[in-house]
Design a protein. Sequence first.
Length: 392
Amino acid sequence: MKKQQFQLPDGVIYLDGNSLGPLPVIATDRVASVMCQEWGQMLITGWNKAGWMNQPSKIGDRIGRLIGAPSGSVIMGDTLSIKVYQALASALRMVPDRKVVLSDSGNFPTDLYMAQGLISSLDQGHSLQIESPEDVAGALSEDIAVLMLTQVDYRTGRLHDMAALTKRAQALGVVVIWDLAHSAGALPVDLAGSNAEFAVGCTYKYLNGGPGAPAFIYVRSDLADQIEPALSGWLGHQAPFAFDLEYRPGVGIERMRVGTPPILQLAVLDAALDLWDDVDVNDLRARSINLTELFICEVEARCPDLTLASPRDPNKRGSQVSFHFSEGYAVMQALISRGVIGDFRAPDIMRFGFTPLYTEVSDVLGAVKILQDIMDRKSWDRPEFKQKSTVT
């Protein structure tokens, strides 16, 4: 438990770390040091003297440890949407005779949007096939080019079996991409063991890298020197400071770099990752299951109008719990007004994230007590709680 190492406001029960992790206390001084001692004193020489240019690969290796990826297979930079585009474009080039991208309705919409945009720009007859999460395995065939899934469903927390689906897909010649946005830092991931070709993920959720923190991309080591980057950015060039007019892909995972790394944001993430140095992800997962099981038990006993949206089996869900309620948005706003922060996902899902680095049993019990009071009194039924904000 590392609750004291996060800046959490007094009187707040934070159950939304699956959307945005809180500020690690250590990050404030780390960023100040990078700003004042490095940028302030070194100016542009910080790219060499402070090692800024190597941060994407250095921090990529730190994240690799949390997702079962070997050293030199993960690189940081850009946004998750960009990394999805890179992975999918490279994957499609690996199977040029196939035209179907298979995904599911539980995938985060941006992944589907990026696939739709890429397919449209390629204009080569590709299509996106979307199935329900339960039907993905049965939809796999030799007609499928790429299987692209988010391991943990962002709405319900449903957990795909990465190893089994990857094995089934690859037996049919399908290239596999996993989005780990709701997995990294929440549960054990074994990318190397699964043999998946690609993975992507963000770092502002369970990894606490801050709003807009850079994303990561993983490429299986045996493929890293073979893939063709669709976004052939300057820093993915083999020799960026040769200033060649023709692109030559960099060595290994370095070729998946695109633009200038966000040094200040990487400093936050690097500091946040310090908190993981002594964490056993298997122990973290055990605590997560205990917390989510307790929450489900208490909510169902105290709030009978809510219906569980997440899988009941804890081994089939991530580190979040969701409930259906027709006025879920208003209930969530009422909760937030009383210091319990979760979030809402259309059309009717109240979503609660559990991060064992700082979530305690007392948080679970306190949140349910307030939720019960709101439901019993129907105090959610007020106009101000039904007024939709830009971000839900």
